[in-house]
Design a protein around this ligand. Structure first.
Ligand code: ADP
Length: 244
């Protein structure tokens, strides 16, 4: 698609959202039987699956740490997840996304409880529409909780950006492609930032405002993550089926 003439008209974006509106979010906790914890999450057009295994033995052994667990995060995009077939396997981008996503989650994990073990997080992007790293972190955080990994809190993530000189929340693909800035953020519910990246330019005032927008969005996402976990575990405790 060529650049649309306007990405935002009045106060309405191309997909009908207001500047401070998130895309719809759907969460299914425990979507996979063989993982210790898992979560399927949709954020607008993004569809991601997170699976957590561990704490378990570390292979290769030399990667083990004597005083804490090693946390590994593998972000991977399916070849059919984007418009033009993506070459399968790791590339520079997926290595970078894996690294920053791991760093976004590590501060909340009690790694010291599990010396010489591994906690492995896999995030598979099935459909991409900008914001896959934020969707992946949101799903992985829930999958870690579902696996029973002791954590200080959940982590919630959302991007803020600038299109046509307006700050907007949770950029879609066109806004990501043709916008002026893209700033993915992840944070704990008490506002400790664990991921902050920036593509493009924002003024100092815009940056402050963007961060406030991200905080509001992360609070909303946190409530949804928490509600999804409560729903799964309260229905199990009542002996009922897992609510879809
Ligand atoms: P994020 O998905 O976290 O926003 P980027 O800003 O790097 O990360 O990517 C934005 C979007 O660009 C992705 O969500 C995806 O829709 C698209 N994209 C990324 N990599 C590719 C690729 N190899 N081929 C086609 N589209 C891609």
């Amino acid at each position: 698609m060529n650049r649309p003439e306007k990405l935002i008209e009045g106060d309405i974006r191309l997909d009908g959202r207001r500047p401070d509106e998130l895309r719809p979010i759907k969460i299914k906790v425990g979507a996979l039987n063989r993982a210790d914890g898992s979560c399927y999450l949709e954020l607008g057009g993004n569809k991601v699956m997170a699976a957590v295994y561990g704490p378990r033995e570390v292979h290769p052994r030399h990667m083990a740490k004597s005083t804490s667990a090693v946390v590994r995060y593998r972000y991977s995009m399916a070849s059919f997840s984007v418009e033009e077939r993506k070459r399968p396997g790791p590339d520079r981008r997926s290595i970078e996304v894996s690294k920053v996503s791991r760093e976004a989650l590590e501060p909340v994990i009690f790694e010291e409880y599990f010396p010489r073990s591994a906690i492995d997080i896999f995030v598979e992007v099935l459909q991409a529409d900008a914001g896959t790293r934020t969707a992946g972190i949101n799903a992985a955080s829930i999958a870690l909780a579902d696996a029973g990994i002791p954590m200080k809190s959940l982590v919630s993530s959302c991007a803020v950006g600038k299109v046509d000189d307006t700050l907007v929340l949770d950029l879609n693909k066109d806004e990501d492609n043709y916008g002026q800035a893209d700033m993915p953020v992840a944070m704990t519910p008490d506002g400790n930032i664990t991921l902050l990246q920036m593509d493009g330019h924002l003024t100092r005032d815009e940056f402050r405002e963007a961060l406030e927008m991200a905080k509001g969005a992360c609070t909303t996402i946190y409530e949804l993550q928490r509600a999804a976990l409560v729903e799964k575990y309260s229905s199990q405790m009542e002996g009922g089926d897992v609510i879809e």
